[in-house]
Design a protein around this ligand. Structure first.
Ligand SMILES: [Zn+2]
Length: 373
């Protein structure tokens, strides 16, 4: 008989010497390989465009990265949920999710899609493609699984489920067992089920094992905490008055909120060359003076295209002010944008293909005039 240190059962690898959640090692490797293969394949066919690529990611990559999440998911969820808030009272779920290597695969995919090497703030990247870190998907799978176990009365799995709950209650959810981690996660989210006070242990097991989780309300809380930074009062400050102090959310989120708004560009077909200009612009990734601080004060980052030392070159200057692009800006009027339209209205206009073309032509003009100087 061959001696092995690891066995595979129902597609997951287990070993007596390693923690249970290490069964995600193989999923991580497979997911990463599949992601690069998918990118190559879509590129070769000219289909590496957001709408198609994101659908393919969900069906082909996310499904690998979530395989068996019903069982190992609670551990990774608890990594986010069971931590103290930071000094400013933020839950920091998003930041912690970014530290997860599986979410790293997701992030690499989105970055490749936006043709961006380094993203100033991943919040922008995820919002731009209307994506959420994998944890939210795992949470849905875990809570659905719980409810399935509740409904499976008198089955073997239901009896195991009851034992899980009993163990969790006996140890006040401290031990890293499945039931403890799910219940502790609910407690962190403020969704701990209201146990009648007068029940003994058996009564509490009965109570919990027949209680379905209200997935909608738990997910609502979870999502709210994930997007806490987008709801921050710091974002009410106008972008040009925003003073970067290292706190979160930062000025890029502020500019995105006031100038770019929610993305609408996935509704129409936009050729990728033009699309990339638009995406990079919205993400604050153009090499504008304001995006290349080099230790200079904001006032010193004036526009080198119109050479006006009073005009800081930021995204607003490019779209609304800079005289070098007056000709391109005329295109906005042709797309139905009146004289009084503000930047947010322009960036949110219905004809996103038209918008992308204008933004792209501005980029071309900018790089040619920067080349001359
Ligand atoms: Zn200018």
């Amino acid at each position: 008989m061959k001696w092995v240190t690891q066995a595979r059962y129902l597609g997951l690898h287990y070993s007596p010497d390693s923690s249970f959640e290490s069964c995600t090692d193989e999923l991580f490797d497979a997911g990463q390989r599949a992601m690069y293969a998918l990118i190559n394949k879509l590129r070769r066919k000219g289909l590496f465009i957001p709408r198609i690529a994101l659908m393919c990611f969900d069906t082909q990559i996310r499904s690998i990265l979530s395989y068996g999440a019903q069982v190992w998911g609670p551990y990774f969820l608890l990594q986010l949920l069971d931590r103290p808030r930071d000094a400013e009272g933020r839950h920091c779920y998003f930041d912690h999710a970014m530290e997860d290597r599986m979410v790293g695969i997701q992030r690499t995919f989105l970055r490749t899609l936006a043709s961006i090497g380094r993203v100033p703030d991943n919040r922008l990247l995820f919002r731009e493609f209307s994506q959420e870190p994998l944890h939210l998907h795992w949470a849905t799978l875990v809570y659905r699984f719980w409810n399935k176990l509740v409904r499976g009365k008198n089955s073997i799995s239901h009896n195991v489920f009851r034992e899980e709950i009993r163990t969790a209650l006996l140890t006040n959810c401290i031990r890293p067992t499945w039931g403890s981690m799910v219940l502790q996660g609910l407690r962190c989210l403020g969704h701990w089920p209201d146990l009648p006070a007068d029940l003994d242990l058996e009564g509490r097991v009965d109570f919990l094992s027949t209680r379905e989780i209200c997935i909608e309300s738990v997910m609502f809380t979870l999502e709210e905490h994930f997007k806490e930074d987008w709801l921050s009062p710091r974002l009410l400050i106008l972008p040009r008055d925003f003073v970067s102090d290292g706190g979160k959310p930062g000025v890029k989120m502020c500019r995105h909120t006031h100038w770019m708004g929610m993305p609408h560009h996935d509704a129409s077909y936009i050729p990728m060359s033009v699309y990339t200009s638009l995406l990079r612009f919205r993400l604050g990734a153009w090499a504008l003076e304001v995006n290349c601080p080099n230790g200079r004060l904001r006032e010193q980052r004036w526009c080198r295209v119109c050479n006006n030392a009073d005009s800081v070159e930021d995204e607003y200057h490019v779209v609304m002010e800079c005289p070098a692009y007056t000709e391109m800006r005329a295109g906005f009027a042709e797309l139905g944008m009146g004289q009084s339209s503000n930047m947010l209205q322009i960036m949110s206009m219905q004809d996103q293909l038209g918008l992308a073309r204008i933004i792209h032509s501005i980029r071309m003009r900018r790089s040619s005039s920067m080349g001359r100087t």
